[in-house]
Design a binder for this molecule. Structure first.
Ligand code: THU
Length: 137
């Protein structure tokens, strides 16, 4: 599964987004090291703060299924009715959830690069000097 294919999966997931308040739709496709894909979308709430981002939906679905080894995640986001072709980087809360389950040295976040291709960054680039499970050992 290459980055462009994974971005396509994230775009499919984005179609499931429940966004009656922001109308900003996010989709995510989380690839495990064994090659399985878990999809997620953002799910909003009238009380606003219970909203769950697309990335966390994908992680929580995967973790519930027993997955612990993750390779990369593709994320796409854009306002409703707009093609999700420019980068939408994960929010801080989602970055912290990634820190819980992924090695920041190797886990990759894939986004559209705005030029028809894929941009990839490492988790350690999004969370420099991050806090994770190792800090509690
Ligand atoms: N959102 C995500 O799903 N992922 C992100 O990383 C950024 C923000 C969602 C939350 C909310 O439903 C909408 O985008 C606007 O913030």
């Amino acid at each position: 599964m290459n980055n462009m294919e994974l971005l396509k999966e994230a775009k499919l997931a984005r179609e499931r987004a429940y966004t009656p308040y922001s109308h900003f739709k996010v989709g995510a496709a989380l690839l495990t090291k064994s090659g399985k894909i878990y999809h997620g979308c953002n799910i909003e709430n009238a009380a606003f703060t219970p909203t769950n981002c697309g990335e966390r939906t994908a992680f929580f679905r995967a973790v519930y299924e027993g997955e612990r080894d993750f390779d990369r995640i593709a994320v796409v986001g854009a306002p409703e009715g707009v093609e999700a072709d420019i980068p939408t980087a994960p929010c801080g809360v989602c970055r912290q959830v990634m820190m819980e389950f992924c090695d920041p040295e190797t886990f990759v976040i894939v986004m559209p690069d705005g030029k028809g291709g894929a941009l990839e960054v490492l988790l350690k680039e999004l969370v420099p000097y991050g806090f994770g499970p190792d800090n509690l050992k």
